[in-house]
Design a protein around this ligand. Structure first.
Ligand code: ATP
Ligand code: ZN
Ligand code: MG
Ligand code: MG
Length: 468
C-alpha cells in the first residue's frame, strides 16, 4: 500500500487522465491512484472565487455526501468516497501548466482550481489493483454515464409526452438544436435499465456508435475510445476492435472474412451486459431475485428498439445489480421537477422569514447521517409543512446525483481457477464494478432545472410534431 507524501509531491509523477464539467482528474504514473481537482469558470474574478476555506468545505461536502448519503443508498461495494488532500500550491500550479495542452478544447471554458490547494484522492478505477502482471493484457475499463432510466410517473406532470418519451431522448433534440452535438444518439437509458438482454444489447451497441459523453473505454488506464473533440468526426470502431481482439481470442476465427470485428464487439457487449446484471463482483448472475421497480418496464417511444420484439415475462433487474441500485435511487424523484418546484418555493419562502433555519434544515449540508435520516424518513403525504418540503427537495437532489453518475466496469483476463469471475464459459475474466461522480447537486439549481425541463419538452413537441 502506497501512501502519498504530500510534502514531496512532484508533477512529473502525474499525468492528465480526464475531466468532466466540474473537475479535472490526473492519474499517478506508477500507483493506482488519481487526484480529482475542481474547476471553475475562467471568467470568475478573484473576489467572486471561493476562498481556500470555502473550497475545502466544498470538497469535504463532496466526500461526506458520497460517504454518508450515496454509499448507504447504492451499496458499500460500489462506492469509493476518497479522501480530501491538501496539496502544495506549487505542485498544483505546475500540474495545471503540465496538463493544459492535453485538455480537450470543449472543456477549456473552465480552469483548474490552483488557488485552494484542495483535492480529492481516489483509487484509479480504470485499473485493477489486484491484477498481477501475470497476464500481458492490461485491464479494460468501460465507463458508462447511463442517465435517467425510468419514465416519470408523478401526478404533477402537465405534458403527456413526458410519460411516453424519456428525458434523455427528448434532451437529444434540444442538444442537437443548440449545437452541443452534431448527431442524435440512438441510445435510450430505458433500454439499458430494462433488464432485458436484448434491449441492453441494443442500448450498448448504440452507445458504441455514438458515445457522446455517455461512454468511454480505457485500456491499461489510457483512454482508447470516446467521443471525438471534433464533433463531426465519428469514433473509430475498427480501432476499438483491434484493441479488444486479444481479449476475445476464440472469436477471431468466427465469421472470417465478411465482418471480422462483429464477433469481437458482440462478445464485448455480452461481457458488459453480464457485468451490469451481476451482483458486482461475485459469481452470482441471472439466478438472483429480480426487482420490478415499477409496474412495467415500458419502452420509450423514441427508442429505436422494435416494439414488436418487446416481450413480457422474466424482465426486471437482479436486486443487487449496479443498475437496480442506481435506478432505485433515481426513483426517489417521484414528484418530478414539476412537483418539486412548488416545494422549493415553499422552502424559499420559509427561509426568507427565518434565514437562520437554513443551517438546521441542512440546505447546504453538512451531508451527514442526520441529512440521510431526512432523506429516508420523509413523510409520504404532504402535510403542508416545511419539513415535508425540505425532505422531498433533499430526495430530489439525491435522485439527481444518481441520474448523473457513471458506472465503471473494469475487467482483465485471469487465471483459470481464480475467484470473482464473470459467469461466462469463455473468456475467463476477472472484473470489478464501481460507481463514480456522486457529487451533491446544488439546492440553488432547482429553478434552473425547472426552466430547462420546460424548454426541453417544448422544443421536443415543436420539433417532432410538425405543424399540419
Ligand atoms: P460530470 O461532468 O460528468 O459531472 P465531473 O466533472 O463531475 O463530471 P468526474 O466524472 O468525477 O467529473 O471525473 C471526470 C472523468 O475522470 C470521469 O468521467 C472519469 O473518466 C475520470 N475519473 C474520475 N474519477 C476517477 C477514478 N476514481 N478513477 C479513474 N478515473 C476517474
Ligand atoms: Zn428514451
Ligand atoms: Mg462525470
Ligand atoms: Mg459530476
Amino acid at each position: 500500500f502506497w501512501v502519498m507524501e504530500l510534502d514531496k509531491m512532484d508533477e512529473n509523477d502525474w499525468k492528465y487522465h480526464g475531466e468532466g464539467n466540474k473537475s479535472l482528474v490526473v492519474s499517478h504514473l506508477q500507483h493506482c491512484q488519481v487526484l480529482r481537482l475542481l474547476k471553475f469558470p475562467s471568467e470568475d474574478s478573484a473576489h467572486t472565487r471561493q476562498t481556500a476555506e470555502q473550497a475545502f468545505r466544498h470538497i469535504l461536502n463532496i466526500v461526506d455526501y458520497s460517504k454518508y448519503v450515496m454509499k448507504p443508498l447504492l451499496g458499500e461495494k460500489y462506492v469509493h468516497s476518497g479522501e480530501v488532500v491538501k496539496l502544495p500550491l506549487d505542485f498544483v500550479r505546475q500540474l495545471s501548466l503540465k496538463v493544459q495542452q492535453e485538455r480537450p478544447e470543449l472543456r477549456c471554458d473552465k480552469v483548474m482550481d490552483t488557488f485552494s490547494g484542495c483535492g480529492l484522492c481516489l483509487p484509479n478505477l480504470t485499473q485493477l489493483p489486484l491484477h498481477h502482471l501475470r497476464d500481458h493484457r492490461p485491464p479494460i475499463c468501460v465507463e458508462i454515464k447511463p442517465k435517467c432510466g425510468f419514465l416519470p410517473f408523478s401526478r404533477h406532470i402537465t405534458k403527456e409526452c413526458k410519460r411516453k418519451v424519456c428525458r434523455f431522448c427528448m434532451h437529444q433534440h434540444y442538444k442537437l438544436a443548440n449545437g452541443k452535438w452534431k448527431r442524435l444518439s440512438r441510445y435510450c437509458p430505458l433500454d439499458l435499465f430494462s433488464g432485458s438482454k436484448q434491449r441492453m444489447y441494443v442500448a450498448l451497441k448504440n452507445l458504441l456508435e455514438e458515445p457522446q459523453n455517455n461512454l468511454k473505454i480505457f485500456k491499461g488506464g489510457e483512454l482508447i475510445f470516446s467521443c471525438k473533440d471534433d464533433a463531426k468526426q465519428q469514433p473509430d470502431l475498427n480501432d476499438l476492435v483491434q484493441h479488444l481482439r486479444p481479449y476475445f481470442p476464440h472469436s477471431n476465427g468466427l465469421y472470417n472474412g465478411h465482418q471480422p470485428g462483429k464477433a469481437v464487439l458482440n462478445e464485448f457487449i455480452q461481457v458488459i451486459c453480464s457485468a451490469l446484471l451481476s451482483g458486482g463482483d461475485s459469481n452470482r448472475s441471472g439466478e438472483s431475485r429480480k426487482v420490478h421497480l415499477s409496474e412495467s418496464r415500458p419502452l420509450c417511444e423514441a427508442s429505436p428498439f422494435p416494439r414488436d420484439l418487446l416481450r413480457n415475462g422474466n424482465q426486471g433487474l437482479p436486486k443487487d445489480s449496479v443498475l437496480a441500485k442506481i435506478l432505485q435511487v433515481q426513483m426517489l424523484d417521484n414528484l418530478d421537477i414539476e412537483g418539486i418546484y412548488p416545494l422549493y418555493k415553499r422552502v424559499e419562502q420559509y427561509l426568507e422569514e427565518f434565514p437562520k433555519e437554513r443551517n438546521r434544515l441542512q440546505i447546504d449540508g453538512p451531508y451527514n447521517e442526520s441529512f440521510m435520516d431526512t432523506v429516508k424518513n420523509c413523510p409520504v403525504e404532504d402535510d403542508g409543512s416545511v419539513e415535508y418540503a425540505v425532505g422531498k427537495v433533499h430526495q430530489y437532489r439525491v435522485a439527481m446525483t444518481a441520474k448523473d453518475c457513471s458506472i465503471m466496469i473494469t475487467f482483465a483476463p485471469c487465471e483459470e481457477d481464480e475467484e470473482h469471475q464473470l459467469n461466462l464459459e469463455k473468456p475467463r475474466l476477472t472484473y470489478s464494478i464501481s460507481i463514480l461522480d456522486l457529487d451533491p447537486k446544488p439546492y440553488e439549481g432547482i429553478p434552473h432545472q425547472h426552466k430547462l425541463d420546460t424548454k426541453i419538452v417544448n422544443y421536443y413537441l415543436r420539433s417532432t410534431q410538425a405543424p399540419p
